[in-house]
Design a binder for this molecule. Structure first.
Ligand SMILES: NC(=O)c1ccc[n+]([C@@H]2O[C@H](COP(=O)([O-])OP(=O)(O)OC[C@H]3O[C@@H](n4cnc5c(N)ncnc54)[C@H](O)[C@@H]3O)[C@@H](O)[C@H]2O)c1
Length: 253
């Protein structure tokens, strides 16, 4: 119960890593506010943990400000902001085939949202003199892939440098800000890729020293660690939870 009575906002809490984190944070005692653009899945996640659902498009400044304000109005504080919502549409691929509208959409959802969420959350945390912000980046922010998703990779690199700068700026105000870099996670999207194009999927899997993708619960465990006082000396970091992928040259047979 490391998070007893802490108030946590999770964006993209209706699915995947966000949903697993909603469950994990609640199981450690947090009061959880689920934000998602998808009403059905977001509300179901909030109901499951007896939390609050706030339908939010994380690219909309007013909606993002209202989200963090409703966390404070409902539960009295804002202790944890897990800025996790993100997209990786199939039209985002090689730079040669990726058109500006696709590029921009990915940047808006993956980077502008983190900017807006941090901008809205930090003043609440400054008033309290404490808080933990976790921004979801990705291992592709530190590695290049020939199976390119050019805007996605660039967007996650931006999340890393934004997080680093914010972590440094607010370090003496009791606010810790870290980026989480998951390796490839076993989500419906990835399962679909395996089913439809197993050669392309195998091409990815061969680079993972552990020989498997992460389960969402394994990423949620890292979120709980970064949210809790167990990580009290960590800020401005890029926390890799990637099965060893970013350190690998030759992987085991
Ligand atoms: N799955 C992976 O392999 C992997 C690896 C590294 C990083 N990530 C990152 O982790 C995060 C979560 O990924 P996931 O695999 O759990 O994805 P997911 O698609 O399962 O969940 C993303 C959630 O975000 C919500 N969302 C999308 N756009 C939104 C918007 N504009 N406003 C509010 N909510 C919105 C969706 O409705 C969905 O519930 C993303 O930032 C992703 O880039 C994923």
């Amino acid at each position: 119960m490391r998070l007893q009575d802490r108030v946590a906002v999770v964006t993209g809490g209706g699915s995947g890593i966000g949903l697993a984190s909603v469950r994990r944070l609640a199981s450690e005692g947090a009061k959880v506010v689920v934000a998602d653009i998808d009403v059905q899945t977001g509300k179901a996640a909030a109901d499951e943990v007896n939390g609050l659902f706030v339908r939010t498009d994380v690219t909309d400044r007013e909606q993002v400000e209202a989200l963090f304000q409703s966390a404070v109005d409902t539960y009295g504080s804002l202790d944890i902001a897990f800025n996790n919502a993100g997209i990786s549409p199939p039209e985002d691929e090689s730079i040669l085939n990726t058109e500006p509208d696709v590029w921009q959409k990915v940047q808006t959802v993956n980077v502008n949202s983190v900017y807006l969420c941090c901008k809205a959350a930090i003043p609440h945390m400054q008033r309290q003199g404490k808080g933990s912000i976790i921004n979801t980046a990705s291992f592709v922010a530190v590695m290049g892939a020939a199976t390119s998703q050019i805007s996605y990779s660039a967007s996650k690199g931006a999340v890393l440098s934004m997080t680093r700068e914010l972590g440094v700026q607010f370090a003496r105000e009791g606010i810790r800000i870290n980026a989480l870099c998951p390796g490839p996670v076993n989500t419906p999207l990835l399962k679909e890729l395996f089913a439809s194009d197993s050669e392309r999927a195998q091409r990815r899997l061969v680079h993972v020293p552990m020989g498997r993708f992460a389960e969402p619960e394994e990423i949620a465990a890292a979120v709980a660690f970064l949210a809790s006082d167990d990580s009290s000396y960590m800020t401005a970091s890029s926390f890799l939870v990637d099965g060893g992928i970013s350190s690998a040259y030759v992987t085991p047979l």
